[in-house]
Every structure is written in structure tokens, then in C-alpha cells.
Design a binder for this molecule. Sequence first.
Ligand code: HDE
Length: 694
Amino acid sequence: MSYAEPQGAGGETHQVATGAHPALTTQQGAPVADDQNTLRVGPRGPGLLEDFHFREKVFHFDHERIPERVVHARGYGAHGFFELTESLADITRADIFQRVGERTEVFVRFSTVAGSKGSADLARDVRGFAVKLYTREGNWDLVGNNIPVFFIQDAIKFPDVIHAAKPEPDREFPQAQTAHDTFWDFISLTPESMHMVMWIMSDRAIPRSFRFMDGFGVHTFRLLDAEDRSTFVKFHWKPTLGLQSVAWNEAVKLNGADPDFHRRDLWDAINTGAFPEWELGLQLFDQAFADKFDFDVLDPTKIIPEEILPVRVVGRLVLDRTVDNFFAETEQVAFCTQNVPPGIDFSNDPLLQGRNFSYLDTQIKRLGGPNFTHLPVNAPRCPFAHFQQDGHMAMLNPKGRVNYEPNSWGAEGGPREDPQRGFRSFAAEDAGPKSRVRPESFADHYSQARQFFISQTPIEQKHIGDALIFELSKVERPDIRARMVSHLLNIHPDLASTVAGGLGLTELPQAAQAARPTRQDLPPSEALSIVKRGPDSFQGRKLGILVTEGADAGLFEALVTAATKGGAVVETVTPRISGSVLSDGTTVPGNQNLKGGPSVLFDAVALLVSDKGAALLSEHGAARDFVADAFGHCKFIAFTAAARPLLEKAGVPAELDEGCVPLAQAKDAVAFIETCGQLRYWPRELKADVAALA
Ligand code: HDE
């Protein structure tokens, strides 16, 4: 260090400014001589009010927090770019969709919905997927989720569904959980939420990381061409690394082992150059196409299956830079659904219309005034000019005498309207009686819920059943549990009887009264299954190698090489963090100490142990849990012959299944990493379940 460290009388350290470090100052810029001690009368005397440095420091600290978001409080953001790969010049005049190869700066914030800012990442919940695109004609905020439908059809119900999901008001628990009475009470009284219920009870609600999940704009929007002709559009973000989720039991354990699992994953991926990437896909259609459906494209509880209307890929989103400061950027970013550039417009979706009010409104509360657009993360990157002025924290310094228009000041008179380039709304012809009604076309609540369920593979269907049983078993009132089953009867009889059985209902309730009968003819849609849309490689995933003293150095090397070649990350787990000495005398440092590095942190594991190491670990609870959890969570497990006793002690059945891969020579390592591309060995769980039922 280039600066002296004189000791104060009390032993505290003073780090003094020299050439290498600037002087510490107050906010006013006055250099500070002592940042360790308050100003006192005598060494033990009372403190003095004139200590402006202390008062300023503590005053600022006292005001460090701003209100957390009322929903989506826990989130994580990153910078990147959008690159157009196909021009949409014939469909929209939006500048961002004109020139192939052009890049537009973006800021993305992922989030959970229900939990507070400090809640754990692996809550069962919808994930927010909010994208701010700083286009040349103004910011475009596409504020979406990782699920393409929503709980409710009308924005007036949003406070209700959120109140019901959040901690109950008298007791303020449970945190970041829907597994409680008030949530399921509201849901079971709200049939329009049934399609969304299928999605949130599926593994979509426990993604492996932000990098492996879809994003959806949810609502139908409009694209407008140069003549203001409209094309309807639904927006999709598809991860290039494929979809992946974790198992529920794994999610529960991850929340303890690493509550920051998702944010750490994003941070690590970007900072090691493995930039997360998504394709932007569009479903484009016109009114005549929309009129063919018996549901309404304005209803946000419905999707248009990709088999009926393929997703056209027009660009890519890449996240390549983490934030410099979490608060300044991720906490202060203000997404507003009404931020659309010319060429993009809204539909009449009643949820979207309500959101367009809410997002601007909420920023006033959160960011404290109307000038939040001056904050660097929110400011447009293109030139802007208007007459809006003053208010809290006005950070611009407008010059001149004219702050209104029309005015007679000619060239000095400031900006003018631009009918040519300016934003124009689609001239929709809307008329009708003033009323509060839910349209008839919004009445089918079960058909697409059923379609989602039958589109899932058996393991995914099992997980939906398990999730419903878990959640409803936390509901204290039996009438609420039964009421939910009455809806499931309208979705699928197998699901209803599985859940009723799991809840121990002695008899099935009557099916809920349905405004429309469930359509039985909607075909399964492959695009709705995570397993069918998984990757075919282990790229972007993480291998955990449990290494003991004396482990085979050649095999270790082979595993690391194969995994790294396959684009995966390797972490070692060692009994001591200082590492383990291998058979050839080299020391492999530990990335995780065994007690702090459970197998839930990894996508697959390898047990690289010596005879002695295995014998020691077999007596070690953390080691047995490491193996038992990897096996229970259907992970691929590579093991050396010496690891057999450890597998046995961990309760792994002696007749090992195909998900357990012996490691004897270097080529086994290569084959193992290839196998890991399947991500999980699901037959293990299905088999165990069938056995349990027998
Ligand atoms: Fe939001 N939502 N929302 N929402 N939402 C907010 O805005 C709201 C809805 C979504 O990372 C709030 O800035 C209403 C659907 C995301 O900063 C608030 C309705 C979808 C984020 C708000 C909805 C979303 C928010 C809270 C029903 C998916 C986080 C803080 C009509 C398409 C953005 C804020 C971020 C945040 C209101 C429904 C996505 C209160 C009234 C549907 C990703 O304005």
C-alpha cells in the first residue's frame, strides 16, 4: 500500500490520502481529516452538534433506501444489446426494426414477483423479464414475464391477486410463497386464473437460471407501418442455451445453500464472457386471423400456439455487461409499459391498458418525483427536447426564455411537433355503451389450461401434480383445497384425481361450474414443454467434482478438459477449501468446501475419490447428502470405482441406473459430459414414483 497507516490512540486504522488515493471529502467537497472518530469534548466527552461530517454521513445513510417495488421487488439487471437479424420495414416504421445488423443498447431486469427485495431467488414464482431498449426514437420498454399468460383479465383485479399472494396482512408470512390460504382462496374463486395456474405449478416457475428461461410480452401489441396500417404482434424471447428448470426439492435446498443463486449465475456468466443470449421472435397476425379463434387475442390468459402461428425470429438480445452499481442502475431503473417508440402501439387488452397507468404512477412513489427520466439508466440515448421542467431533483439546466409552445421565438423557440416522424396511434374505430363488463369472448377458462397440461411430458405432468399437492397441503382450510380440485376436474381428470389423492380427499368434489365447457379437441403443443425444448449439450452448465486426497489426477484432468471443451464450468468441492492433493502430488484448490458446496449448486456431479477418501466421506453427513441429493434430483453422476461405498452409504440403490456413469479412463469423461447434455435422468424419478404408488 502506498499510504501510511498511523494508529489512533484507540488503535483504529487511519488510511491517509497520498498520490494514489484521492482525499475523502464531504458531499460539499471539503476534505475530511478524520473519518474514524466523532467530534467530542475531550476524549470521553459528549458529542458535538457542529460535527457536520458525522451529521451529513449519517443523514445520508438514514435515507439510503427507497421504497421497494410493490411487486417484482427482488430483481437483477444487466446491460447488453439487441441486434436486428431480419428487417421488418414492410410491417413497422419502428426505427429499431429497419436496418439488419444494427445494434441497440438495452438494459434488462429479471425478477420474482411476490417476494420482498431480500427474498431468495428460487421461490416458486413467475419471473419478470423487463427489457429497456434505448432506440434512436425513444425508449421502448417491453416489460414481460417468463410465462406468456397472466392470472387475471382486467387490471382492476391486480391489487387483489397481489394482496392474496403476498404475506398475509396480520402475520406477515409466508414470504415469497404462494403456498398459503389467501392465495389459493382468491385463485379458486377466480376461474380465469386456471391457465396461469398450470404454468406456475409447472417447472417454469423454478428456472435453473435467468439464462435458461423464455420471455414473453404477454399482451397482443400492434406494429404500425409507414401508412399507419396495423399488424398484431406477440413478442417472444427464446434462450439460445435452451430451457431448463430445477427440481422442487432442489429449489427448496438452493434457497438455503445460495439465496442469490440466480443473480450469482448471471453475474458469473457475464463476467466470464459466457454472454447470455436470446432470440427475439414475433407472432404476427391480422384481424381476420384473430377472428378465427373462439377466444379473444385481447385476453391475456390465452396464447396462440406456435404450431398455429410460428414464431418468426428477427433479432437477438445479448447481455454482455454487469452493472457498476446495483442501486444506481438495477434499483433505479424504471420500466413503463407506455414507453413505446413510433411504429409500436397498444391493443385494447384491458390488462395492458391498466398497466399503462400503473407503471408511470408507481415510479413517482419509488423514485420520488417526476424527474426519474434524468437518471442515467432511464434517460434516452437519443436526443430529446421538450418543455417539461422543474420538480424534485431536476438535473437538467434548460437555457433560454421560452418554456412553452406555440411561441414566436423562431430558431430559439425550442422544439416543434413532427407530424411525419412523431408517434401516432392506430386509428381504431372503437364504440359502444359505457359499461363495466367482461366480454363473452373472454369466457373460456379451462381449454388452454388443459392444452398446457396435455402438452407436458410425463415427468412434467408429475411435477405439476406434486406442486399442487405441496401448495394445497399448506392451505389450512379444507374447503379451499376442495374448491381448487373442483377446477382441476375441468382441466384434466387425471390431474384432479392425482391431486385429490395426494390431499387425501375421500371423495371428489363436483366439477366447478364453467362458463364454457372445456374443449377436448385442442392438440398438444410441443413448444409448451421445457423437456422437449431443452438443449442438446451441457454448454453453459456447471459440473461439480467432489475431490478427495489421492484422487486420480488423470481422470481429474480428463473431466476438466471434456467439460471445458463442452462449454461448461467446473467447480471443485473438497473436504477443505485449501484443496486436495491428487495421485500425482499436485494440489487442486477447492472452489467450495464440502459443507458449503452441496450438489444442488451443480447441474451434474462427479465423485473423484480415493479408497481412503471414500471411506472418510462415507462417515460424513455433508458428503452423503451431496450424493443422495444429486441422485434424488435425477442428476447425472460420474463415479470412480472407489466411490462405491460412498454411493451405498448415501442410499443409492446397488443396481445403478443409466444416470450413474462409471469413470475408469479418460474417454469415459468425454462420454459422461456428452450424456450430461440431457441435463437430468428423469426415468429415475418416474420409476421411484411408480414404486411408491404400488
Ligand atoms: Fe407489472 N408492475 N403489473 N406485470 N411488472 C410492476 O412497476 C402492474 C403485469 C412486470 O424490473 C410495477 O416499476 C399492473 C403483467 C415486470 O422494474 C407496477 C398489472 C406483466 C415488472 C406493476 C401488472 C408484468 C413489473 C411495480 C396488471 C407481464 C418489474 C414496480 C394490470 C407482462 C419491472 C414497477 C422491473 C412491475 C403493475 C401485470 C410484468 C406496480 C397494474 C401482465 C417484469 O407498476
